[in-house]
Design a binder for this molecule. Structure first.
Ligand SMILES: C[S@@+](CC[C@H](N)C(=O)[O-])C[C@H]1O[C@@H](n2cnc3c(N)ncnc32)[C@H](O)[C@@H]1O
Length: 403
């Protein structure tokens, strides 16, 4: 009865003016699904209709966003990803959701991490489009092919690799990316270092009576890793993870627009003003906690015309790891809890949102603050729109389980 009403009212609107072939297929699958739902959920009639309308509306938005994607409209891809996720969330039954949370995704991450150690992704990439047997995949680490087969089948089910035949697999764009340091490092760092903090978060929160974690030496990270060290000092003492963290910092925003792309930061009216005379010798920008110089390198590459000194600052162990960086970028080992060595007035100081938040909320905690807040004209933060001081900085807060 409800299904019939829906068929007459809501669904036709879903595909009005849309691609008829796709929409008819969606329509009939949706009706089958809706019939099945009658037996799964015990919803009131109103809730039931709202639920179906959510699905119908979601599909309509997906069709619109797909068209925008074809037209290369900014944000269409991200919108499609969000809509697809929300469609799955609406369609999944509770037991499917538990299965995904408990088995499918955790096993997926654990197996991708294991595959990194087995060099499975390198073997797949080296083979190009030729399918690789399980025995060949097991070879580099002398692993048991029976285990590798189980691993590969899960990865295929999760769309990480392609299953070419019962015993053979091929790479995907994602697995090829995982052969690069910046992405492989991301898997190693997030699984080994971040993973335990998240896994033990419920235990930590219960132990601390659900207080908001604020002690940099007593957060979920320290609890999970059984240490009293704040995150970065701990990282500096674990070279393997410092390396993978730094590699990941060079890769985590690949494919996203940055502050140097059109429309995000007024490059032309700020940085490129300094193209003449004295500005040549002056400091253009100081990147505090700039990692291995990824942002300044991008600035050099995308804005070759800007003049002035570009100063990269980070902890000595990080600066020491830099391999490729434009010779014009000054590499300075510096702890931002000590006095800022770059004196005088300069245009911009670049830092992550987390640091920018801290600068504004607890200025006394970062001793370089005084010098760069009086000296510079802009505080630039990766995750925020840009504000000129002394106005409030509109940073977008993001949660960090590591700090
Ligand atoms: C989240 S990473 C961001 C790296 C880079 N700014 C980026 O956005 O890709 C934070 C950086 O701050 C650096 N850092 C942490 N504590 C520091 C300190 N006391 N002094 C200087 N740099 C520090 C880390 O080494 C790391 O490179």
């Amino acid at each position: 009865m409800i299904t019939l009403a829906l068929q007459r009212s809501i669904l036709p609107r879903v595909y009005r003016n849309q691609n008829k072939v796709v929409s008819r297929a969606l329509h009939s699958s949706l009706l089958i699904y809706i019939n099945a739902l009658d037996t799964i959920y015990d919803l009131s009639r109103d809730l039931y209709l709202t639920f179906k309308m959510d699905i119908a509306a979601n599909i309509q938005h997906i069709l619109t966003a797909s068209k925008d994607l074809v037209l290369h409209k900014l944000g269409a891809r991200e919108r499609l990803v969000t809509l697809a996720r929300s469609l799955i969330a609406t369609l999944e039954t509770p037991s499917e959701r538990i299965f995904r949370l408990a088995f499918a995704e955790p096993a997926n991450f654990a197996l991708v991490r294991t595959a990194v150690d087995l060099q499975v992704f390198e073997t797949l990439k080296n083979a190009g489009s030729t399918p690789v047997t399980v025995s060949a995949l097991a070879k580099p680490a002398n692993a048991d092919p029976v285990f590798v087969h189980r691993l590969m089948r899960h990865l295929a089910a999760m769309d990480i690799v392609h299953e070419a035949s019962a015993n053979e697999f091929t790479s995907t764009g994602f697995t090829n990316a995982l052969t690069e340091d910046r992405f492989r490092g991301g898997i190693i760092y997030t699984y080994d270092v971040l993973g335990p903090s998240l896994r033990r978060l419920p235990e930590y929160m219960k132990d601390t009576t659900y207080r908001n974690p604020s002690d940099p030496a007593g957060g979920p990270f320290q609890f999970a890793h059984d240490t009293k060290d704040p995150f970065f000092p701990w990282l500096m003492g674990h070279e393997k993870y410092m390396t993978s963290f730094n590699q990941y910092m060079g890769g985590y925003r690949v494919g996203k627009p940055t502050w140097l792309d059109p429309g995000l930061y007024p490059i032309d009216s700020t940085l490129t003003l300094d193209t003449q005379g004295e500005a040549e010798k002056g400091v253009l920008i100081v990147d505090v906690g700039g990692g291995m110089g990824q942002d300044l390198q991008e600035l050099k590459t995308k804005q070759p015309g800007v003049r002035g000194r570009m100063v990269l600052q980070d902890l000595p162990a990080v600066i020491d790891q830099i391999k490729d960086l434009d010779a014009g970028i000054e590499r300075t080992p510096h702890d931002f809890f000590t006095t800022q060595p770059v004196a005088g007035v300069y245009r911009s100081c670049f830092c992550m949102a987390s640091l920018a938040d801290r600068v504004l909320q607890e200025p006394e905690s970062i001793t370089c603050t005084a010098s760069f807040m009086t000296g510079m004209t802009d505080l630039v933060s990766r995750f925020s729109r840009i504000s000129s001081l002394p106005c409030a900085l509109a940073t977008r807060k993001f949660s960090s389980t590591t700090l």
